[in-house]
Design a protein around this ligand. Structure first.
Ligand code: HEC
Ligand code: HEC
Length: 244
């Protein structure tokens, strides 16, 4: 049994030692922070994006750095995962991207605000988090189901609108893309010219619901894809493959 003075010494000694260890570790963390957070990358756009993030309660549904609610996807690495172009289309009209599924809020952001949000999330993705978040175990399964050897059927480069309209988010082409669409049955587009006539494909993209009311393909013309871009897409899809 400790005497009263021994107990007091034990208490003050222990408290002192651990207080010193705590302060030293805090100092060490603070010292590493600017490097790990890449503080030099914090631009005005990143700050504005953070403000938008906070004032719209994105964390009410999403997690960032693992903090927040679990209703919607973790967003720390979303720029790596989706790409900026896809995100621009998505944030402009989230429900068009995932028709009939869980709903992401339509905030009616202006394009500069969307750029700010993306800048903020891009900065988040660059923070050194010692490997967090882990790669999702199902990542492999999300890859396009029937990849074609690159460049066998269609000439490169793929028109830019394929990325900006997020076609490539849902459809694979020349073996690339298709992750979002694999879950809702979006086919690879390499051989669409063998399945459909040019006119059918044009009409389909112009208004998918008209051809098939319950389809999961979003209506992107003219909100995201102009008529001229539609022609460009169809020309591309029919350029290298034999006519049906
Ligand atoms: C009411 C809940 C809710 C709120 C609030 C919300 N989101 Fe979402 N978000 C979702 C859901 C659900 C998804 C999954 C996509 C879907 O099914 O529509 C999503 C998807 C996303 C994605 C794409 C993620 C991916 O991996 O595909 C981004 C980026 C995103 N949200 C950004 C934001 C930002 C930025 C805010 C705040 C300005 C925000 N979200 C607020 C529900 C929400
Ligand atoms: C949100 C995911 C999504 C996006 C984005 C999307 N599609 Fe689709 N698309 C689908 C799905 C799902 C189908 C299958 C529809 C069905 O049969 O109901 C489809 C079908 C098609 C078809 C018919 C394919 C066939 O073999 O018959 C074409 C052509 C097509 N999409 C072109 C496009 C183009 C071009 C874009 C970009 C402008 C685009 N899609 C964007 C989901 C998407």
């Amino acid at each position: 049994m400790l005497s009263k003075s021994q107990a007091r010494a034990f208490f003050f000694g222990g408290t002192g030692v651990f207080a010193i260890a705590f302060l030293a570790l805090t100092y060490d963390s603070m010292r590493q922070l600017p490097n790990q957070t890449k503080a030099h990358n914090i631009t005005d756009a990143v700050k504005r994006g953070k403000h938008i993030w906070e004032s719209n309660n994105c964390m009410g549904c999403h997690t960032l750095f693992g903090e927040g609610a679990y209703y919607a996807p973790e967003l720390t690495k979303v720029v790596d995962r989706r790409g900026k172009d896809w995100m621009k289309v998505f944030l402009k009209d989230p429900q068009a991207m995932f028709p009939g599924q869980r709903k992401m809020v339509q905030y009616h952001f202006q394009p500069p605000q969307i750029d700010d949000v993306i800048a903020f999330l891009e900065w988040c993705g660059q923070v050194d988090l010692n490997g967090f978040p882990a790669k999702p175990p199902l990542a492999q399964k999300l890859q396009a189901t029937t990849p074609t050897a690159p460049g066998t059927l269609l000439p490169k480069p793929v028109p830019a609108i394929f990325t900006t309209a997020a076609c490539i988010g849902c459809h694979s082409i020349a073996g690339e893309g298709g992750a979002a669409g694999a879950l809702i049955g979006a086919p690879p587009l390499d051989e669409v010219s063998k399945r459909r006539t040019r006119e059918e494909t044009t009409a389909w993209i112009r208004d998918p619901q008209k051809s098939k009311p319950d389809t999961k393909m979003p209506d992107l013309v003219p909100s995201v894809v102009s008529e001229a871009q539609l022609t460009e897409i169809v020309n591309y899809l029919y350029s290298a493959t034999p006519k049906p």
